[in-house]
Design a protein around this ligand. Structure first.
Ligand code: NAD
Length: 346
């Protein structure tokens, strides 16, 4: 196999939150990166910052503004270099929005992936790392969650992830040579320790950590905790928060070990540790030095009580394990938020 220095990877959605962090890790490992992104939920400034952090020029870190639903845009991205693999982040990701606008989700996520797979076939690329989600487990059978547990989506967003996973398994079974890592992420938070790239949600954040950080920086008055009467030690829901740089390293590990995959294989990327909403509030208070006031509101429909990963398969198959703590996640997220209070528009 050729050295990473000689290899090019196409990264769909590479200007986004997880994509930009993954580009940094891939470039640092010697990969040449070609990002295709329509900037629907991101800024080209993220690409400038990825280049700044890694010292990559526009050749080693190329950017194609384009839509994965457009074959001609994909062909432009594949034409930049002789791609060895694809890392596929592009898609929409808000559960509530997917309930209101399901067709957007089927179009961008499922339709976009069909176009991407057709482009990979045209360009002879068969190695793919896909952004799936722990949402495919729905209300989990138990914790920690293993890959063999029952799947069942509870929203159009989750259903698009399941449909894509099944479609990728069908494609991989239809002809030899496909090697597909279906990475089921738990709850990515944090930011690059430089504070130069991070999550920049449009509008009111849907996720806990960005909301807390916007309270800490004074953009919002208080946090609403959605229910404190769940059957957990402090009554609030439990999730497996994962540092986005650990997650980015999971993609590098998947590319490094892709020869161990025969067909499409699902792998959890999580820490194996669950933290409650109040655990995150306390850690964020310590990291930010801000009071982070909160009020307790009613439970939110559809919230799962507790979900954390069994990360054994990722360690065995990909040699990957998360190493960063909740305190580091909060400190790094805060550095990004405090130095970029309005995100990339700061
Ligand atoms: N952030 C999470 O909590 C989380 C958890 C599990 C899975 N995921 C999945 O990981 C992936 C990346 O998530 P993220 O948090 O970085 O989201 P993000 O919105 O920051 O990144 C997605 C990127 O894809 C781009 N994009 C969307 N539709 C496109 C299209 N049709 N053509 C080209 N580009 C398009 C957006 O502009 C954005 O830059 C998504 O597929 C998401 O479903 C995210």
């Amino acid at each position: 196999m050729s050295e990473p220095e000689d290899r090019t990877v196409v990264v769909t959605g590479g200007a986004g939150y997880i994509g930009s962090h993954t580009c940094v890790v891939l470039l640092e490992a010697g990969w040449r990166v070609v990002v295709i992104d329509n900037l629907d939920n991101s800024s080209e400034v993220a690409i400038d910052r990825v280049r700044e952090l890694t010292g990559a020029d526009a050749d080693r870190c190329a950017f194609v503004e384009g839509d994965i639903r457009e074959p001609a845009d994909l062909d432009r991205a594949f034409a930049v270099g002789d791609a060895a693999a694809v890392v596929h982040f592009a898609g929409r990701k808000a559960v509530g929005e997917s309930v209101d606008h399901p067709l957007w989700y089927y179009d961008h996520n499922v339709g976009g992936t069909v176009c991407l797979l057709e482009a990979m076939q045209r360009h002879g690329v068969r190695d793919l790392v896909f952004s799936s989600s722990c949402t495919v487990y729905g209300e989990p059978e138990g914790v920690p969650i293993t890959e063999g547990m029952r799947v069942g989506a509870q929203s159009p967003y989750g259903r698009t992830k399941l449909i894509i996973e099944e479609m990728l398994a069908d494609v991989a079974a239809s002809e030899p040579g496909w090697r597909v890592a279906l990475l089921r992420y738990f709850n990515p938070v944090g930011a690059h320790p430089s504070g130069r790239i991070g999550e920049d949600p449009v509008g009111i954040p849907n996720n806990l950590m960005p909301y807390i950080m916007q309270v800490a920086v004074g953009r919002r008055d208080h946090l609403t905790v959605n229910g404190d009467d769940y059957p957990t030690p402090d009554g609030t829901c439990i999730r497996d928060y994962l540092h986005v740089v650990d997650l980015a390293e999971g993609h590098l590990a998947a590319l490094d070990h892709i020869d161990r995959l025969d067909g499409a294989i699902a792998v959890n990327l999580g820490t194996g540790v669950g933290s409650s909403v109040l655990d995150v509030v306390h850690a964020a208070r310590a990291a930010t030095g801000q009071p982070i006031p909160y009020e307790v509101g009613p439970r939110r429909a559809g919230d799962v009580v507790a979900a954390w990963a069994d990360p054994t398969a990722a360690a065995e198959l990909l040699g990957w394990r998360a190493t960063r703590t909740l305190d580091e996640m909060c400190a790094d997220h805060w550095r990004w938020q405090a130095t970029n209070p309005a995100g990339y528009a700061s």
